[in-house]
Every structure is written in structure tokens, then in C-alpha cells.
Design a binder for this molecule. Structure first.
Ligand code: FE2
Length: 328
């Protein structure tokens, strides 16, 4: 069985989304995973008014394209479940919109900071209670600084507080950047290392605001598919095109998270799906291995109207194929 699909960084390309759903229907996909950067990249400007317009532009996309497209598909394909996280280009102001969609359509799952059951494994377990163990899916959308001015999903990797090369050393990264939601009232700013050190608690704490969330699920990394927007650092999955140099020091072409890598090495999740680095599948590979954990970044060629996807079997994630499908 090879009926699961992973994609990432479609950035609001409606033709790519339509093609993706046609492919999912043709293959009778049971699970579709999207690891962030769902909406068109709004032009990032520094004034608060233009920031609001960026959120409005993405809201239009979610209201008029993304949600109607997925709703029409999901109500007609009840055997397919879609698991989604947002990415660093997606304004968090629209998270509530997607959460409302999640609550209205039972086979759409927004899993920012959340842990849910993989529905197809629940169904399999009903048929084969003794032979199948449950699988779960969780999501963590945050990236390290340096990928843009929007700070909604940016956290320092760890206590070193590494900043983008060349940035004014006196500027406060989070003060200088753009937030589509106020940072006051949200959790005290933590690092990726902090969150992942107590990941189960982190997920439980951050999704208590919804009334119809499932109760507390057991978190076992070995039985959980992890969706990260950021790839793990220093792998085949986190390569960006050469950036040149700053003060004659060549910039690193690996831009992933060291702490996500450490977390994967420490906890050995069942499967890791990530995104963020569009060209990694070309410059490196769509897959890499950290210990026993298979890690995948499907990459993105959405700017060429090409869908980059990875097809795999959730019961045996080593059975995996990457495909490019032209939408033209
Ligand atoms: Fe992206």
C-alpha cells in the first residue's frame, strides 16, 4: 500500500492544490500531509498597515480558494484525511480560520502544536485490533531566525540566540520583525530547544483553548509522525541556494534547526516530514536518515507550476517515491 502523500510549501498556487487533490483522488490517498507555507507569500513591509494587508491577502486566499477547494474534496472523499501545519510565511492571524475549518470538517486537521490520532490507523485497528498499533500525528511549525521578517512562527533555536548574519547586533529581532498577532498574552517566548525538551507538555498546553479537541493522547515519538516546517540542520533536507558571504565569511548553506535535529536523534520519531527549503530535494535529497528515523522534505517547485510530492506507505515509511507532476 502506497497511499499517503506528503507535500510542502505550495505558497498559494491554486493550480498546484487542484492537481494535488486530483492525484489524491486518483490514488485513493488515505492521508495527505502538508508541512507549511500554505498561502501566497505576502510582500513583507515594515509598516503595521501593510502588515495587516498581508494577513488580509492570505485570509482571502484561505476563504476563497483553500477552504472551498479542500472542503469540496473532503466531503466527497471521506476516506482521505488531510493533516496540515502552517509555515513561516503564513500569517498566524488566520490560524483561527483554519481551526474553525478543522472543527467543521472532520477529515481536515490543523495540527500546529497539536497531537492527533492518524485516522487511518484507528480504522485499521478496528478491523485488526491485535495486529495493528495506533499511529499519531503531531505538528510544530516554528523555524529559526533568518527566513524573513514575519516573526509569527520564528523562535531562537536555543540559548545561543543565533541571529541572521549581518543583522544589527543591537536590534531586537522580535521587535524589528512583523507579527500578525500580538505577542503579548501568548506564551512567554521560548526557544525551540525549550519546547522540544518538554514537547508533550508543550502540545497539551497550547491546544487547551478548543472545546472539541480530543482528550489527552499518549505521546510516544516512536508511534508518531512528526510534521515540522523546519528541516533538521546539517542534513540533505535543509540546503538553501548559496547565499554568498558576509565580511568574507561564507554563509552556511544549511539553514535547518539544530535543536530539531537533536530532538530527532534523541527521541527517534516514527517518521519526520518537513519543508521550508524548497530546493533541498534538488540540491540534496528528498529524504535522509537520522538514526532509525526516516526524515523527508518533499521540496517545492511551485514557482514552476510543478507539484513535488512524496508518496509513501504509513505502515512502512521506507517504501517511498518522489515524483514531480507538471500542472501546465
Ligand atoms: Fe516556503
Amino acid at each position: 500500500m502506497m497511499q499517503s502523500i506528503a507535500v510542502t510549501d505550495i505558497h498559494g498556487n491554486v493550480r498546484i492544490y487542484e492537481l494535488l487533490l486530483r492525484v489524491a483522488a486518483t490514488w485513493k490517498a488515505t492521508s495527505l500531509f502538508i508541512t507549511g507555507d500554505l498561502a501566497p507569500s505576502a510582500i513583507l513591509e515594515s509598516s503595521p498597515g501593510e502588515c495587516a494587508d498581508g494577513a488580509a491577502l492570505q485570509r482571502d486566499f484561505f476563504c476563497h480558494d483553500f477552504i472551498p477547494l479542500f472542503e469540496a474534496f473532503l466531503v466527497n472523499h471521506r476516506h482521505t484525511d488531510v493533516y496540515v501545519i502552517m509555515g513561516n510565511d503564513d500569517r498566524r492571524a488566520n490560524e483561527e480560520l483554519l481551526l474553525a475549518f478543522d472543527q467543521r470538517v472532520s477529515n481536515f486537521h490543523l495540527i500546529n502544536d497539536r497531537l492527533v490520532e492518524l485516522r487511518e490507523s484507528r480504522q485499521m485497528k478496528r478491523f485488526f485490533p491485535d495486529d495493528v498499533s495506533m499511529l499519531y500525528v503531531c505538528g510544530y511549525p516554528y523555524v529559526t531566525p533568518g527566513a524573513g521578517l514575519l516573526m509569527d512562527w520564528v523562535k531562537y533555536d536555543n540559548g545561543l540566540h543565533l541571529r541572521p548574519a549581518g543583522m544589527d547586533p543591537c536590534a531586537d529581532l522580535f521587535e524589528a520583525g512583523i507579527h500578525s498577532v500580538p505577542i503579548d498574552g501568548r506564551e512567554t517566548r521560548t526557544t525551540i530547544a525549550d519546547d522540544l525538551a518538554r514537547f508533550e507538555t508543550f502540545m497539551q498546553r497550547t491546544h487547551t483553548n478548543s472545546s472539541n479537541r480530543p482528550g489527552r493522547l499518549p505521546y510516544d515519538p516512536a508511534r508518531t509522525i512528526h510534521l515540522f516546517h523546519s528541516p533538521p540542520y546539517g542534513t540533505q533536507l535543509d540546503l538553501a541556494a548559496p547565499f554568498g558571504s558576509v565580511d568574507r565569511v561564507r554563509r552556511n548553506e544549511h539553514v535547518g534547526s539544530s535543536e530539531i535535529r537533536r530532538f530527532i536523534e534523541r527521541t527517534q520519531p516514527y517518521l519526520v516530514l518537513c519543508g521550508h527549503c524548497h530546493e533541498s530535494a534538488v540540491l540534496g535529497s528528498y529524504r535522509d536518515q537520522l538514526g532509525e528515523t526516516r526524515c523527508v522534505n518533499p521540496g517545492s517547485q511551485t514557482h514552476l507550476n510543478v507539484l513535488s510530492l512524496v508518496q509513501f506507505d504509513v505502515e512502512d515509511p521506507t517504501k517511498m517515491t518522489q515524483l514531480y507532476v507538471n500542472a501546465d
